[in-house]
Design a binder for this molecule. Structure first.
Ligand SMILES: [Zn+2]
Length: 292
């Protein structure tokens, strides 16, 4: 496990904007917001047997150099993702489909986990034995696992893995780049990356488990998610309905910003190391230095 980078001075209170703070259902002003007071509330709600759920979106990987799929950033300008990441594109233009998606696979393969990924992995390792953590991601880049997280629910699939829709063949470590465009299965059908394409349903098992976690958790962190794609966008609202404390971490405002218990206007790599360090240093959380 790599050591966590120290938080910089720019991670100060100016980055934190709890637009609303609810205490027992009543909206109250929160004077002088700072990270430690937020961590104190998180820690109390989590208790010694609580469930913390972290839901991550494209903003989580942006600091690792992976552009957001729907954004107007660089690589997607020439080709709209909606035109080449669909089941129709796979069937009608498999070579173009693969050229586009293999470019995405190469970006993910070459990217490295950022300080936010590393912080979440350390948090999982150092929770009390009675506490639990669920990690739900919309990202297909496998960066959480590469940072050390061991149990990740993938709502949009994993671009490193390829599957054969015809015979069920599956390869978790399919070469990057693919050996040919489009690559074929031994059965003669075309292989495809195991990702959820535009217009396709999310994997039922992972989705069901994610909503169960949202209903059961004491605390949910929503990191780098635009909170505008259903059904994933409902997860924090389900958690709020069931009484969870929800913390949003996103430099941009979303529909969750005014509903979350706290909304921290910063990025994953900037705020998560500080948040995790402060949480692990709480007296009821302190298990001493992390194991080698
Ligand atoms: Zn096959």
């Amino acid at each position: 496990m790599a050591p966590l980078p120290q938080s910089s001075a720019e991670n100060g209170p100016d980055d934190i904007r709890p637009l609303r703070c609810y205490v027992k259902g009543v909206c109250v002003p929160m004077p002088d917001p700072d990270l430690l007071s937020i961590v104190s509330v998180i820690s109390e709600r989590l208790g010694e047997q609580g469930l913390l759920v972290v839901s991550t979106g494209a903003g989580m990987s942006r600091e690792s150099g992976i552009p957001t799929f729907r954004g107007a950033e660089g690589v997607w300008r020439r080709q709209r993702a909606e035109d080449v990441a669909t089941p129709e594109a796979f069937h009608q233009h498999p070579r173009l489909f693969w050229e586009f998606n293999d470019h995405l696979r190469q970006l993910c393969h070459e990217a490295a986990p950022n300080a936010g990924h590393l912080a979440l992995a350390q948090l999982e390792q150092r929770l009390l034995p009675t506490q639990s953590m669920g990690l739900i991601t919309q990202n297909i880049d496998r960066l959480h696992e590469r940072a050390g997280s061991t149990h990740v629910l993938h709502l949009h699939g994993d671009c490193r893995r390829v599957v054969c829709p015809h015979c069920g063949f599956c390869d978790d470590e399919y070469p990057v780049p693919a050996p040919e465009y489009p690559p074929s299965c031994a059965c003669g059908s075309l292989l495809r990356p195991d990702i959820v394409l535009f217009g396709e349903a999310l994997p039922e098992e992972a989705l069901t488990e994610s909503f169960e976690l949202a209903e059961r958790c004491e605390v949910m962190w929503v990191v780098g998610s635009s909170v505008n794609v259903q059904p994933t966008a409902s997860l924090p609202f389900v958690a709020l309905e069931h009484g969870a404390l929800v913390v949003e971490i996103n430099p941009e405002a979303t529909i969750l910003t005014t509903e979350a218990t706290y909304s921290i206007g910063s990025t994953a790599a900037k705020i998560l190391p500080a948040l995790v360090s402060a949480l692990l240093e709480r007296p009821n959380q302190n298990r001493g230095p992390s194991c080698p």
